[in-house]
Design a protein around this ligand. Structure first.
Ligand SMILES: Nc1ncnc2c1ncn2[C@@H]1O[C@H](COP(=O)(O)OP(=O)(O)OP(=O)(O)O)[C@@H](O)[C@H]1O
Ligand SMILES: [Mg+2]
Length: 244
């Protein structure tokens, strides 16, 4: 009997293949291709308006932008024909820039609402173990949390769901450096747990330090794809596409 071929450690978990997406007539995601191996973190970078949020929204299968061409595969499953709720059920969790904490609900109620499929995601004890600030504020209304605490709640909510691919859109935005450090610690913990992640961040250096791989978008196209280290080491590349 032939031994089963071992899955190579860097075989793609997420594949985005020549994806073209539009907001109505506006052609925004212009043939984007990249892969993320299982358990790795990809930093998705680029100037304002480069198409980072649109690419995340496309992967999460939100109604807009709409995919006109290309394929998206997660863990051997085609995603490109799915609706947002189906993609979420398949384990794709987007933490959008505005965090979307539900008004009128406590921290704990926000988390409980995310646990629609019991047993699929983290239970409350595990969440509070990783997010002591949320544990202290479990009865507080979610929308009255500080910006950093709301970001923690938004990430915790993704962990409470069935999570295979975490999509983070500017998790450090508007946060003081000390809070950014706290979120970074949490993201390092998530990385150690082997959760495949895409992070979009204006703070490119912070994202690159966390990430294994990097993709730089420029007007909806991939301008660079390689290791995060290559971008950190290449001042010319950073200057040209990230202005840092
Ligand atoms: N709903 C929409 N309808 C039409 N065009 C849109 C829509 N949302 C975004 N765009 C356009 O798509 C392009 C890419 O926007 P996107 O938000 O993906 O960029 P981004 O890289 O996330 O930028 P930023 O760093 O500013 O967040 C921009 O030119 C933007 O104006
Ligand atoms: Mg954006």
């Amino acid at each position: 009997m032939k031994p089963e071929a071992a899955v190579p450690a860097d075989s793609p978990f997420l594949s985005v293949k020549d994806v073209h997406a539009y907001y109505g007539e506006s052609y925004i995601v212009q043939g984007v291709t990249f892969e993320v191996p299982y358990g790795q973190i990809l930093a998705l970078l680029g100037r304002n308006g480069a198409g980072k949020t649109s690419t995340l929204r496309t992967i999460a299968r939100l109604d807009n932008p709409t995919v006109h061409q290309g394929e998206i595969w997660l863990d051997g499953q085609p995603i490109h024909g799915m609706k947002a709720f189906e993609a979420a059920r398949s384990g794709i969790q987007l933490v959008p820039e505005d965090r979307r904490i539900i008004q009128g609900l406590s921290v704990e109620e926000n988390l409980a609402l995310a646990q629609v499929a019991p047993g699929a995601g983290w239970d409350l004890d595990r969440i509070y173990g990783h997010f002591p600030r949320l544990a202290e504020r479990r009865r507080q209304e979610g929308t009255t949390l500080s910006g950093g605490e709301q970001q923690m709640l938004a990430i915790a909510r993704a962990l409470a769901r069935d999570l295979k691919l975490l999509l983070l859109d500017e998790p450090y935005e508007g946060l003081a450096p000390v809070i950014v450090q706290e979120i970074e610690t949490i993201l390092h913990e998530i990385k150690e747990l082997g959760i495949t992640t895409i992070i979009v961040e204006q703070n490119a250096i912070a994202a690159l330090k966390l990430a294994d791989r990097a993709v730089i978008l420029d007007t909806g196209e991939v301008a660079f794809s390689g290791s995060a280290r290559e971008v950190l080491d290449n001042a010319e590349l950073r200057q040209e596409y990230l202005a840092i």
